[in-house]
Ligand binder design. Structure first.
Ligand code: ATP
Length: 577
């Protein structure tokens, strides 16, 4: 026996000692052994197995076998493990009809051949050979697991129509991910230890749940966008790529792939997910909270000033402010200006600072204080702002002085803002009334956006932003603004209620000084109304008789006194709840 072993020739004695699984044979008339396991026996010649036609499972790994032709005599074979041998002949045997699992890894094969006769194959392991190309698998219509790791493959091909669920191509020479587009059943993919630099090519593999891309050449985190829509992907390995060197690598990947639960073999925690969102796409509430905190702290760091005016917090009658907000292109700017123009005895426009340039017809110090980025940045640590937002690549901010300037006139401050601004202002001690302008008719809103060339740019964000709009607790009133003229009428009604003035008591001059008072006459593109205050004063003095003027002055005086809290008067109710 020892002699035989040395020669590496398998004998019947050895076979008998290694057989197992005695079961009925196919005919049911006798018993036969179904499994044979000869691991690490130094075998070279296993031709004696030609006589074992009943074998269903054959394991001969870690030997020196070069020839597997005996398998041609095993028509019932289901599982074959001939790994770690010296086989160079690719599937050099007749196909057993039901052969399902084949392990020929760690052999010497250089070329794949046609396997169409092995149509029942489900699992094929050809790792650690010298295969240069993938081929011959086209008709293996049951092949679910394929391992081609550690070969010399430089291109993925020939896998197109296979029902693969697991594919391993680790340790090859791949540079691009290609030829996988149609593997719609793929769940586990191992492409580690290649030279891949892009994740493009994976975007359609919707069932993928695990990807190993360790030790490749991926250098850009944005590559993760290619797998962003693979919602079943929970496990990703990217260690050993240049991208891992980047600061915040993990946080950014977690942000781009929120559905991951394992990254680089470490659990992705809920805290990491929240922190990544807060870092790269903070919710409006957080943006507002940070904004408020910044301005509050900077303000507190300034030498304290006792304002002789009226905007300091006051529990009884807070300084009255009015804020109009709503989605892009809803007309809040126009409506705010017009309201300030028509109700100039009560309101004045709060002139914000912005880093954007003036539009045609806009005036510095009337529409905005137009300043540059640096000036804006410098104002922040000086505690100048109540709130700021970044919008469309520009900064906007409402300064304390802007509000004080209006208060000094004895008027309530009226501004328009983005939602982030509203949320930030809500955290301050100011207690404005907030009015939401909201378009309800999609068609007319779209055509309004189209007329300003904004349609594509903003409709995508509208849904998200209007969701926030629907938080009822944020706003005091809601005005539908499908038609700007009608919206203005509604706004005036709301104001009348707030100001406790009856329609007929409205200052007469509004009718005289505002020819655009009716909804149809209101033309938002007419920018001239912006210098409302000066103009209305001039017109007032021209048209009013002295008694009227005196009455209006008294009226204004009363408003001012009410606002600064000096007299309870008829306007003590102004904008209080
Ligand atoms: N201090 C502020 N805080 C928050 N938002 C502000 C502030 N000042 C202006 N905004 C808002 O910034 C946005 C851009 O204002 P801008 O004057 O540039 O108008 P616009 O270009 O016509 O705006 P839109 O993009 O809505 O059409 C508007 O929604 C405006 O209400």
């Amino acid at each position: 026996n020892m002699e035989t072993k040395k020669d590496g020739v398998l004998t019947t004695e050895m076979v008998s000692s290694c057989l197992s699984s005695l079961e009925h044979c196919g005919t049911g008339l006798k018993h036969t052994y179904h499994s044979l396991s000869l691991v690490n026996k130094n075998l070279k010649d296993i031709s004696v197995l030609c006589d074992y036609a009943h074998l269903q499972k054959l394991e001969v790994p870690q030997n020196k076998i070069k020839d597997l032709s005996c398998i041609s005599q095993m028509p019932l074979l289901i599982i074959l493990d001939a790994s770690h041998n010296q086989i160079s002949d690719f599937f050099g045997f007749q196909p057993p009809q039901n052969l399902k699992e084949v392990n020929l890894s760690h052999n010497h094969m250089t070329k794949m051949k046609d396997l169409s006769a092995f149509c029942c194959l489900r699992k094929l392991d050809l790792a650690h050979n010298s295969l240069g190309e993938i081929g011959g698998l086209e008709h293996c219509c049951m092949l679910a697991h394929l391992n081609l790791a550690h070969n010399k493959i430089s291109r993925i091909s020939g896998l197109d129509s296979l029902p693969l669920t697991h594919l391993c191509l680790s340790g090859n020479q791949l540079k691009v991910i290609e030829g996988l587009e149609n593997l719609r059943s793929l769940q586990v993919l191992d492409l580690s230890s290649n030279r891949i630099s892009s994740l493009s090519g994976l975007q359609n593999l919707r069932l993928l749940c695990s990807i190993n891309l360790e030790r490749n050449l991926i250098g850009d985190i944005q590559e993760c966008k290619h797998i962003h829509d693979l919602y079943l992907l929970w496990d990703l390995k990217l260690r050993g790529n240049p991208v891992q060197e980047q600061p915040d690598y993990r946080l950014e990947v977690v942000f781009l792939l929120q559905h991951l639960t394992m990254l680089d073999e470490e659990t992705v925690t809920a805290e990491e997910k929240v922190s990544s969102l807060n870092t790269y796409d903070p919710p409006m509430e957080l943006v507002a909270a940070r904004d408020h905190m910044t301005h509050l702290i900077y303000q507190m760091m300034q030498p304290q000033v006792l304002y002789d005016r009226s905007t300091l917090p006051c529990a009884d009658s807070p300084y009255p402010m009015l804020v109009l907000t709503g989605p892009q292109g809803c007309g809040k700017r126009e409506l705010t200006h017009r309201l300030c123009q028509d109700l100039c005895e009560f309101f004045a426009y709060g002139i914000c600072h912005t880093t954007r340039g003036p539009y045609y017809g806009e005036e510095n110090g009337v529409d905005y204080h137009f300043i540059n980025q640096e000036e804006f940045r410098n104002m922040i640590p000086m505690g100048k702002f109540i709130q700021t937002v970044e919008y469309g690549g520009h900064m906007y901010g409402l300064s304390r002085d802007a509000v004080e300037d209006v208060a000094r006139e004895g008027l309530a401050c009226c501004v328009h803002m983005e939602l982030e601004g509203v949320l930030s202002l809500k955290k301050s001690y100011f207690q404005p009334r907030y009015i939401l302008l909201i378009p309800t008719q999609v068609e007319s809103y779209i055509s309004r956006l189209n007329s300003r060339g904004l349609y594509n740019q903003c409709l995508s964000s509208l849904h998200e932003r209007t969701q926030t709009c629907h938080h009822p607790h944020i706003y005091d009133s809601l005005v539908f603004d499908d038609d700007l003229g009608e919206a203005y009428q509604k706004l005036r009604q709301v104001m009348n209620e707030y100001l406790k003035i009856k329609q007929q008591e409205e200052p007469e001059k509004n009718n005289k000084t505002s020819p655009s008072n009716t909804s149809s006459a209101f033309n938002p593109s007419n920018l001239s109304y912006r210098s409302y205050f000066t103009r209305s004063q001039v017109e007032l003095s021209l048209e009013k008789i002295p008694v009227e003027l005196a009455s209006i002055r008294r009226h204004e005086q009363q408003v001012r006194q009410a606002i600064v809290g000096k007299s309870p008067g008829v306007y003590s109710q102004l904008l209080t709840r």
